[in-house]
Design a protein around this ligand. Structure first.
Ligand SMILES: C[S@@+](CC[C@H](N)C(=O)[O-])C[C@H]1O[C@@H](n2cnc3c(N)ncnc32)[C@H](O)[C@@H]1O
Length: 199
């Protein structure tokens, strides 16, 4: 338990530090970038990706959004292995390039079933999503929470690698996979009412 907390703490510190160091370099490489990423790219291990999609019971009727999709592995897996539609959103053009190449390498064509979008996740319309996948930071999850409550339909699912959504929105399920933690929530009428109340 102590090791798990220490690991989680080190991941948060590393993500913050690396984001601060990496941002100017990225901005120089690509002056048209939207703005610097709120968190750097650290990929979710494939075993954890599978656990995230399984706990959310992703299937052919789902539209899976990965907010901060990195190399696209979550949405590509959702399309390829679970028959879902996938939308990966990342603010960093380098990640968009990698996700596009990754999809091609894995034989998943961009188009009807997979979209990789260079955009700020906080500006995206989340209403088409039935599943939202996240691997961000605790502070970004909290910032995103009202938007998830407001824009997602009742019955939509949210799954987050490593980081929860605060004590006042406890996860419906918490899994431990290969030393990582996965949190899972369902959007209910009650949380949508909380969004209306501005919480
Ligand atoms: C920790 S990585 C997670 C990558 C992928 N979701 C995974 O689990 O393998 C976070 C990603 O979020 C992206 N990101 C950070 N801030 C963002 C923002 N405001 N809008 C969109 N993407 C963002 C980063 O570029 C990075 O690729």
């Amino acid at each position: 338990m102590v090791r798990a907390y220490r690991f989680r703490f080190l991941v948060v510190v590393a993500l913050f530090a690396a984001a601060a160091i990496a941002a100017p370099a990225v901005a120089q490489q690509n002056p048209v970038e939207l703005r610097k990423p709120d968190v750097i790219f650290v990929p979710t291990p494939q075993e954890v990706v599978e656990a995230m999609l399984k706990v959310a019971q992703v299937g052919p009727n789902d539209v899976v959004y990965d907010l901060g999709c990195g190399d696209g592995r979550i949405v590509i897996t959702a399309v390829k292995e679970y028959g879902a539609r996938g939308v990966g959103i990342d603010i960093d053009p380098q990640r968009i390039k990698e996700a596009t190449e990754n999809a091609e390498r894995q034989g998943v064509t961009l188009g009807d079933r997979l979209e990789i979008r260079n955009a700020d996740l906080f500006e995206a319309d989340l209403s088409p999503a039935s599943v939202v996948a996240l691997y961000l930071l605790p502070s970004l999850n909290l910032k995103l929470r009202p938007k998830l409550w407001k824009e997602l339909k009742v019955g939509s699912r949210v799954v987050s690698h490593a980081f929860d959504m605060g004590d006042d929105w406890p996860a419906d399920q918490t899994l431990h996979v290969d030393g990582r933690t996965v949190y899972y929530w369902t959007i209910t009428e009650a949380v949508k009412k909380r969004a209306e109340g501005g919480q």
